[in-house]
Design a binder for this molecule. Structure first.
Ligand SMILES: N[C@@H](CCC(=O)N[C@@H](CS)C(=O)NCC(=O)O)C(=O)O
Length: 291
């Protein structure tokens, strides 16, 4: 089946036409299984594997939309290497549910993480790791933005507008480098090794919570007036300290936002994915802090 170029000018394919690939490329969908792209003038044909999608640069948006329009029949679905209790994995799993993306899940144990085959994919041996037809990504927040861009139909989840997107990216990086990092710094030595909790690290975490409290002053959600992937990432971080019974009483906006996030994510696995994982880590924390 061929898609008429003009028919692509509207609806979900419009973004392809905002880019300069419009004059150079035509998209031809031959089967439900494959998207083929012909470069005008060159006679060259590309299939929509990741490497060619990258070569095609700006056309990536149009290609992925064609793919999502025609579903996964026969195609490889993205593979997610994961561990259910891992906070960064929980955010990716909830996003996948939210955007209706089927992932092939590969549960990883410690031994498998350092096996040569996995190290070849991700030398850092961390989960989540995503393999989408050869595009291998670690770092959950990057996976969130990639999946929302490539497969999401909800414009606000990871906005295209570069100003709005920059705010989302700022919040994601605040979570990665500051907030969630301080959660790990404070709780993980006890969780993993039974070490005593350190008051200085608690103060650092409270400081980060105070900054997040200020960010919520002017917006309904973490990165603006729409629910975004930054809410998913930060919600997982806050849910973890909540499960550790950390007192959030001094941060009323964080508490109100957290309650809204739970409601928003409830249909997308909040209980079975996120709360269950948070409870598992909280159980380990309690057991180790008694030793
Ligand atoms: N910043 C990374 C953190 C990934 C990470 O450290 N994952 C942990 C599980 S929560 C892991 O894979 N640990 C196993 C290891 O480092 O070998 C992300 O957000 O994806």
């Amino acid at each position: 089946m061929a898609i008429n170029l003009n028919a692509l000018r509207e609806g979900p394919f419009e973004s392809c036409f905002r880019t300069n690939c419009v004059h150079a490329l035509s998209l031809l969908v031959f089967t439900r299984l494959r998207v083929d792209i012909w470069a005008f003038g060159t006679g060259q044909q590309y299939t929509a594997h990741q490497s060619t999608v990258v070569k095609l640069g700006n056309c990536i948006e149009g290609v992925t939309m064609v793919q999502s329009k025609f579903g996964n029949g026969g195609r490889m679905v993205p593979v997610l290497y994961y561990a259910p209790q891992s906070p960064p994995c929980r955010s990716v799993l909830m996003l996948a549910r939210r955007i209706g993306l089927h992932l092939e899940l590969k549960l990883m144990n410690e031994e498998e993480l350092t096996a040569p085959a996995f190290l070849a994919l991700n030398p850092q041996h961390t989960v989540p790791t995503l393999d989408d037809r050869g595009l291998v990504l670690s770092e959950s927040r990057v996976i969130l933005s990639y999946l929302a861009s490539a497969y999401g139909n909800e414009a606000d989840l990871y906005p295209r507008d570069y100003c709005a997107r920059a705010v989302v990216d700022q919040r994601l990086q605040f979570d990665l480098g500051t907030f969630y990092q301080r959660v790990v710094d404070y709780f993980w030595p006890t969780l993993l090794f039974g070490a005593s909790l350190e008051p200085m690290k608690k103060a650092k975490l409270e400081e980060a919570l105070g900054w997040f409290e200020s960010m919520l002053k002017y917006y309904q959600w973490a990165a603006g007036n729409h629910f975004t992937i930054a809410d998913i990432s930060l919600c997982v971080s806050v849910s973890q300290i909540d499960a550790f019974e950390f007192d959030l009483g001094a941060f009323p906006r964080v508490c109100a936002w957290f309650a809204k996030c739970k409601k928003e994510l409830m249909p997308f696995g909040y209980e079975e994915i996120n709360q269950a994982g948070a409870n598992t880590l909280a159980g380990m924390f309690r057991a180790n802090s008694k030793q």
